[in-house]
Design a protein around this ligand. Structure first.
Ligand SMILES: [Zn+2]
Length: 144
């Protein structure tokens, strides 16, 4: 006798795609852009930047450095969050930190820049607040 629960197995939802292709639409290669919708862009110096704005800023900063307005230009400087001598960790053990877009020296002061001010990262306001608190001597600039 048929149980009322013995329904036909439900087909998993899937998206129609050409035979042989096994990539889910959610982790397909992001040729058009990253998850924030910005377009990966090369600058004149061979870096792959996360957005056109960031690549343009990289070109500008290299020009400023050539003109000696700034020095020690770095891409993607990484800052780890260390509180009372202890590296802050995520639940999975990964270190908590912040990777900015650029760092350089201007008039003897260290400047850090971020060009992705408007992106959809819920953790960004908190990350920015902690970064500012831990690195008070850095002149932090967010380019909108
Ligand atoms: Zn660049």
């Amino acid at each position: 006798m048929k149980s009322p629960f013995a329904k036909p197995a439900r087909q998993p939802k899937c998206v129609t795609r050409p035979a042989g292709e096994t990539v889910s639409p959610f982790d397909a290669p992001t040729k058009k852009g990253n998850k924030y919708g910005a377009k990966k862009t090369d600058c004149q110096h061979g870096h792959k930047h996360d957005s056109r704005k960031e690549a343009r800023r990289c070109n500008e900063l290299h020009m400023l450095q050539r003109g000696n307005a700034i020095s020690d230009l770095q891409n993607q400087p990484q800052f780890w969050f260390v509180i009372d001598g202890e590296q802050v960790l995520h639940e999975n053990g990964r270190r908590v930190g912040y990777r900015a877009d650029f760092q350089y020296k201007e008039n003897g002061k260290t400047v850090v820049e971020d060009t992705k001010g408007g992106y959809n990262d819920n953790a960004w306001p908190l990350r920015r607040a902690i970064f500012r608190a831990l690195f008070p001597d850095i002149d932090f600039r967010e380019l909108k």
